[in-house]
Design a protein around this ligand. Structure first.
Ligand SMILES: C[S@@+](CC[C@H](N)C(=O)[O-])C[C@H]1O[C@@H](n2cnc3c(N)ncnc32)[C@H](O)[C@@H]1O
Length: 394
């Protein structure tokens, strides 16, 4: 039923996966072709999640040990890793709708002898989460890692998660969130969006904004701990709290719009964009999350513990990402700008990013690289200063 299997090792576990060699077609392997989904490129996502989940349980969880649900688990590799590598975990509830996945999860629980920690189920994800709620299993952590959009699973996740819980979400439908498929974005996330040079950050804020609006319907609020655009997908980690008053405050304070000035390729969440620059072609994108997308304290905490995780496969990449995110967290209310896009509207050369950042800092402004793109930076400098600096450094 499962075909030929191979064994991989990731983090501190080993796992059966469908043998990729039997499925290479014209020299190419697409993870979705496997009888059970397994993507080695997502190791980074799993590695990062092991670390963030560990810090969440230690620093934020209201009680320990915690129960976790991963209702779209495929091989179950993520469930295995949470059960073995994260301290303070009681049970991992690991489900998938596909019977082959269910069998493989079972085999992997046996391979790692985790019968006392992982409960596996053959179920549709939403049905599973509503059932756990109905039978009264207390759940603090939900990990939604689908192929495509997480939108169909957000309501059930928010319904299930206990007060001060953690919701981890992957979205691979970035073309939709980034505005290349506008009608789909409107249907799926109820947002009006367009493709702009800064679309990667707009996409992250669109996804968080969508989850915040759904959470408000449950009288719950969210607080982003870490948000990242990695390779071709978005990964976000949100603290979830219960309070109608805070949910209302969140909507009033943290949901808004981005205003994009086509003449200058400049984006801001400030509706008074015309006070700072003459903008004839302005478009509005949203509603989006305009609040913080990183928790600076969490990033410092994670960084201080990183050495504990030097065993993980993508350790060096995580160290590099965190360094950039810590800088971004300090000026995160300002959406990043793209030096190449602005330079092109000004018909000048793109300056080296480091040089532009140095020049802005020497003029008394804050400026830092962004992980969203190698030609992007965050700064609190007004657009006229940015333009001036760009001409000076290009
Ligand atoms: C991208 S894979 C999950 C990868 C896994 N989280 C990992 O880290 O390797 C998505 C999985 O979701 C399962 N799936 C799709 N729709 C589902 C649904 N409505 N309910 C439960 N599982 C579903 C698929 O069978 C597939 O195994």
């Amino acid at each position: 039923m499962l075909g030929r299997l191979a064994v991989v090792s990731e983090g501190k576990i080993i796992a059966y996966i469908p043998d990729p060699k039997s499925l290479v077609i014209s020299g190419r392997l697409e993870p979705a072709w496997l009888p059970v989904f397994y993507n080695p490129a997502m190791e980074f996502n799993r590695d990062l999640s092991v670390i963030i989940l560990s810090v969440y349980i230690d620093k934020y969880a209201p009680h320990k040990p915690v129960n976790i649900v991963e209702p779209l688990a495929a091989t179950g590799i993520r469930c295995l890793r949470y059960a073995v590598e994260v301290e303070g975990v009681n049970k991992v509830y690991c489900g998938d709708i596909d019977v082959k996945a269910y069998r493989l999860i079972e085999a992997n629980i046996g391979l790692n002898n985790l019968w006392d920690k992982i409960i596996h189920t053959l179920s549709e994800a939403n049905a599973y989460m509503y059932k756990l709620k109905a039978i009264g299993v207390p759940i603090l952590v939900v990990d939604i890692d689908p192929y495509g959009s997480p939108a169909p699973f957000i309501n059930a996740s928010l319904n299930l998660i206990g007060n001060m819980g953690l919701l981890m979400v992957t979205a691979t439908d970035t073309a939709v969130l980034e505005g290349s498929k506008r009608l789909k974005a409107l249907r799926r996330y109820q947002i009006n969006t367009y493709k702009i040079p800064q679309s990667r950050e707009v996409a992250v804020r669109a996804l968080i904004g969508y989850i915040a609006r759904v959470a408000a319907g449950h009288d719950k609020w969210i607080k982003p701990l870490l948000s990242a655009y990695i390779d071709y997908y978005i990964r976000i980690y949100l603290l979830i709290g219960r309070s109608a008053r805070k949910a209302q405050e969140m909507l009033d304070k943290d949901i808004g719009y981005a205003y994009y000035c086509k003449d200058l390729a400049y984006v801001t969440t400030d509706p008074n964009i015309n006070d700072n620059i003459k903008c004839h072609n302005k478009i509005m994108l949203g509603p989006l999350w305009t609040g913080d997308i990183f928790d600076g304290n969490l990033l410092e905490e994670v960084t201080s513990r990183l050495e504990l995780y030097s065993y993980i496969g993508t350790y060096k990449r995580i160290v590099r990402l965190l360094e950039v995110l810590r800088g971004e967290a300090k000026i995160q209310r300002y959406i990043h700008q793209r030096l190449d896009a602005i330079a092109s509207t000004l018909k000048t050369k793109t300056p080296p990013r480091d040089k532009a950042i140095e020049a802005l800092i020497s003029r008394g402004f804050k400026a830092t690289p962004t992980h969203f793109t190698p030609t992007g930076l965050r700064t609190d400098a007004p657009p006229n200063v940015l333009i001036d600096t760009l001409f000076l450094t290009s």
